[in-house]
Design a protein around this ligand. Structure first.
Ligand code: AMP
Length: 219
């Protein structure tokens, strides 16, 4: 069972993936997380990707496809499949993914579109905070204002920080990039008859429950 999570920035792909992993034995690959790790460790790949990420633009397809090829060639034999979060983001990436999976005798079984209005996304992203230790994704909207300065990770107590690209200006560009370059994948997966969508404008638990209803038909 291979799932692609589709949806604009802040739709909740990362949070949904983390929550699905509590229920299914699947492998999760987030190209955004992999790129941020490469930036943090100062690799050549990370340095090359950083300028695109800071501007909210897409990192070139060949870099991303190379990263995913490496991951997909070393899958755990005992997992129930993969959850791809933030990949593919262009038609060229979707075609490359189809070929990589075909080589393994597999395919994309479900493309789950997380639907969320722009205004909800902008508010969510500007208040998003991520744990530097365990990667937990939190939000200032979930806690009282008096606790904003002392926000620590509810899972591990680590420091909650703001992603470099989570500013309003960058978010607006990421929304534009999504509409121009990634939204065409909605039709791509509709044509492949694997597209389902969920209303992702509410809370994380609602998104999880809606996704689990759909996954129940597959797993
Ligand atoms: P994300 O964490 O998915 O929001 O990704 C953060 C940033 O990483 C994006 O704004 C892009 O600059 C870059 N990125 C992540 N995944 C991809 C991808 N599949 N293709 C191109 N760039 C990507």
């Amino acid at each position: 069972m291979n799932i692609v999570l589709l949806g604009g920035p802040g739709a909740g792909k990362g949070t949904l993936a983390a929550n699905l992993l509590k229920h299914y034995k699947m492998q999760h690959f987030s190209t955004g997380d992999l790129l941020r790790a490469a930036v943090a460790s100062g690799t050549e790949q990370g340095l090359a990707a950083k300028k695109f990420m800071d501007a909210g633009d897409l990192v070139p397809d060949e870099v991303i496809v190379g990263i995913m090829k490496e991951r997909l060639s070393a899958l755990d034999a005992d997992s129930q499949g993969v959850i791809l979060d933030g990949f593919p983001r262009t038609t060229a990436q979707a075609e490359a993914l189809d070929s990589m999976l075909a080589e393994l005798g597999q395919k994309v079984d479900l493309a789950l579109l997380l639907d969320c209005p722009d205004q909800v996304v902008v508010d969510r992203i500007c208040n998003r905070r991520t744990c530097g230790d365990c990667g937990f994704i939190g939000n200032l909207n979930w806690i009282p204002k008096e606790e904003w300065d002392s926000y620590v990770c509810p899972e591990c107590g680590g420091e909650m920080t703001q992603r470099a690209d989570d500013t309003e200006e960058t978010v607006r560009n990421r929304l534009d990039v999504y509409k121009k370059q990634t939204a065409p994948l909605i039709d791509y997966y509709k044509n492949a008859e694997v597209l389902k969508d969920i209303d992702a404008a509410k809370d994380a638990e609602t998104s999880l429950n809606l996704a689990r209803e759909i996954l129940g038909d597959f797993l």
